[in-house]
Design a protein around this ligand. Structure first.
Ligand code: SF4
Length: 370
């Protein structure tokens, strides 16, 4: 993913921000429990002998149960402290399903089918082990989510994309950098970030998708209240989106390309638009969200406009949008500019203004101050 700093020129109207990030702010200020904590209180019925189809059947049964509990917690009708911890919970079930998926990996829509649990590696060059490159309190994320203590950002290695202009290529193209973490170690990193004032736990990379089994395992061990933020290229499989839907408090997804041709040429990925728009639609029904769109030079008509059109049509009433202007020609584009002549330069002021103007015309909740 791009993992760029948001535009310093982009701010949002406070009232709209409060309205659209209502759940997130509730968890951030400890007025509400994070969704993963609600999942821990919902009893699940499964065993190690249950096959994957049976696990999914139980998962589907629990989705409406979760919705009921979430709604009553949200309205203040139920407190989690009054509920006993079940022997096996909805969160345990989700972690078990993710472990099964690793036997024939389809965590992302590349659907390699690699037996990562058995040590095989797919396109992302990762086996079952999660690797963390670094973590820190990030003050460069979008202002509404940074808060006083910064975003507790954890950078995972490797990626499901191969972006020619990747701004984080040191992390995304080297799966072996950083250190292996298991669920308990990752939970202790999350706990210390929150204890030191982090406003949220922000999983990013590279890309978090490939590491989701360890991430959900970590949430099982995490015993503090903190909003869980999914910061992703959104090329997750439908199965992973189902797992995440009752866990993620706030989504911070990229929506880069307005068509499959640009995505294939610049990120080597198929069926981009249908997958990523599907996942944005699911996310919008299941959590607060700030959608990031990085404007690419020369891609206003083919990418920026279709992406903003889609957001306005489908999530205009729901999501905040960050139209980002800080594209830089890095990585392969810097080394071989002749292969990528369209994106081998920075944006012009005119392109930035046209992108902002289009977002304004569509009525998206976004406000450049320049
Ligand atoms: S996460 Fe995606 S790229 Fe990696 S092995 Fe699984 S399906 Fe393949």
């Amino acid at each position: 993913m791009w993992a760029l700093r948001p535009s310093a020129l982009t701010v949002w109207r406070n009232k709209e921000v409060r309205k659209r990030l209502d759940w997130y702010y509730g968890v951030m200020t400890d007025a509400k429990p994070a969704k993963f904590l609600i999942c821990k209180k919902l009893p699940a019925d499964f065993s190690q002998r249950s096959d994957e189809a049976e696990l999914w059947e139980e998962h589907e049964r629990l989705v409406p149960e979760f919705a009921k509990l979430h709604a009553s917690v949200s309205k203040g009708e139920a407190g989690l402290g009054d509920l006993p911890a079940p022997e096996k919970s909805f969160l345990d079930l989700k972690a078990e399903i993710l472990r099964r998926i690793l036997r024939s990996c389809h965590l992302c829509e590349r659907r390699c089918g690699a037996d990562r649990a058995g040590g095989e590696k797919g396109h992302c060059k990762l086996d079952h082990q999660a690797r963390v490159s670094t973590w820190f309190h990030h003050f460069g994320e979008e202002p509404p989510i940074v808060g006083g203590g910064g975003s507790g950002t954890i950078f995972f290695t490797s990626c499901t994309f191969s972006c020619a202009a990747c701004q984080n290529h040191d992390i995304s193209t080297d799966p072996d950098n950083g250190a292996v973490v298991d669920g308990r170690r990752l939970a202790s990193i999350m706990r210390s970030l929150r204890a030191q004032g982090a406003s949220n736990i922000n999983v990013v990379g590279g890309e978090p998708t490939m590491h989701s089994a360890t991430i959900v395992e970590a949430l099982k061990h995490l015993d503090v209240n903190v909003p869980f933020l999914w910061n992703s290229n959104m090329y997750c499989s439908l199965e992973l989106m189902k797992i995440l839907s009752e866990i993620v408090d706030i989504w911070l997804p990229d929506f880069k390309y307005g068509n499959d041709g640009c995505a294939q040429r610049l990120s080597s990925v198929k069926n981009y638009f249908s997958v990523v728009s599907r996942n944005h639609g699911i996310a919008g029904k299941n959590g607060d969200m700030i959608i990031r769109h990085l404007v690419l030079p020369g891609h206003l008509e083919c990418c920026t406009k279709p992406v903003l059109d889609w957001i306005a049509r489908n999530l205009g009433e729901r999501a905040l949008v960050n139209v980002m202007e800080q594209y830089r020609p890095e990585h392969l584009v810097a080394r071989h500019p002749e292969k990528y002549p369209d994106i081998a330069r920075r944006l012009t002021r005119g392109e930035i203004e046209r992108a902002y103007g289009y977002a304004r015309e569509l009525g998206l909740v976004f406000e450049p101050v320049s």
